[in-house]
Design a protein around this ligand. Sequence first.
Ligand SMILES: *[C@@H]1O[C@H](CO)[C@@H](O)[C@H](O)[C@H]1NC(C)=O
Ligand SMILES: *[C@@H]1O[C@H](CO)[C@@H](O)[C@H](O)[C@H]1NC(C)=O
Ligand SMILES: *[C@@H]1O[C@H](CO)[C@@H](O)[C@H](O)[C@H]1NC(C)=O
Ligand SMILES: *[C@@H]1O[C@H](CO)[C@@H](O)[C@H](O)[C@H]1NC(C)=O
Ligand SMILES: *[C@@H]1O[C@H](CO)[C@@H](O)[C@H](O)[C@H]1NC(C)=O
Ligand SMILES: *[C@@H]1O[C@H](CO)[C@@H](O)[C@H](O)[C@H]1NC(C)=O
Length: 235
Amino acid sequence: MGHARTGKLIEPRGDNAALLAIKAALGNPYHFASWTPDYTCCDWYDVDYDDSIGRVVGLSVFQDGNIMGTIPDVIAGLVHLQSLMWHHLPGISGPIPPAIAKLSNLSSLTISWNAISGPVSSFLGVLTKLTFLDLSFNSLTGTIPTSLAAIPNLSIINLSHTRLTGSIPPRLLSKSADQIYLWLSHNNLSGTLPAEFAAANFSHLNLSRNRFTGNAPGLFGRGKELQYKETKISP
Ligand SMILES: *[C@@H]1O[C@H](CO)[C@@H](O)[C@H](O)[C@H]1NC(C)=O
Ligand SMILES: *[C@@H]1O[C@H](CO)[C@@H](O)[C@H](O)[C@H]1NC(C)=O
Ligand SMILES: *[C@@H]1O[C@H](CO)[C@@H](O)[C@H](O)[C@H]1NC(C)=O
Ligand SMILES: *[C@@H]1O[C@H](CO)[C@@H](O)[C@H](O)[C@H]1NC(C)=O
Ligand SMILES: *[C@@H]1O[C@H](CO)[C@@H](O)[C@H](O)[C@H]1NC(C)=O
Ligand SMILES: *[C@@H]1O[C@H](CO)[C@@H](O)[C@H](O)[C@H]1NC(C)=O
């Protein structure tokens, strides 16, 4: 197979097979009709192919109520992925699969607006290149794992509308980021805010609709992007 593009013969090693395995695991929904062995995966819907390395680096599956099942373990076969999105897929349920931890080059992970349940698994902490994590609008339960604090450059986090409990782990925020975006609204989070919040440079912070307590020194009067409404935090 393989076809010529920019003068090179393209046959992504293993990526076609991994994508076809994902399609099969989901029962071959129409959404993936363009994923056929007749074409190389650089032309497939939802697939981001990087010509310079000849591999699939992005997969964005979104907005389709007819895709049913769980996020397939065979996703682990897309070893070069840097960006992965499962968004607005109400038929996608089950837990976040541990296979995602094998995608060590991921910098952006979005699993939002689905019916995903189970915990925000601590194995996500091995994805040390993550800068963006959006798990919002799911049915996740349990606490925010402390392992996320081991990800050095994680600076955009959206865990809003996910039914989480417990407190915010210390050092969750990136130490190096110029700008931090954190959405935690509509959970059942509690406890006090980590001390480092006082010095963090938030571009957006939304803690609304939780059960936080105590003071948030340094956070108030910094601009209208910071939203605490309906928490028990007082300035
Ligand atoms: C991961 O990224 C690094 C740096 O961009 C690259 O050298 C390496 O080949 C990538 N590994 C995989 C499995 O894509
Ligand atoms: C984190 O960001 C710094 C500065 O941009 C970079 O040098 C470093 O390699 C990044 N670390 C990881 C694990 O991606
Ligand atoms: C995170 O979720 C909030 C809604 O709670 C939304 O306004 C925001 O755009 C989301 N951010 C990202 C980066 O997805
Ligand atoms: C804080 O963020 C603003 C933009 O929101 C940026 O202009 C500024 O340089 C940042 N400051 C620091 C100390 O990173
Ligand atoms: C939040 O947690 C408290 C204490 O565990 C519980 O009583 C309450 O029902 C929870 N609220 C929601 C909306 O889940
Ligand atoms: C923060 O959450 C509240 C409550 O859901 C919402 O009204 C507000 O628009 C949110 N702000 C941002 C910046 O997302």
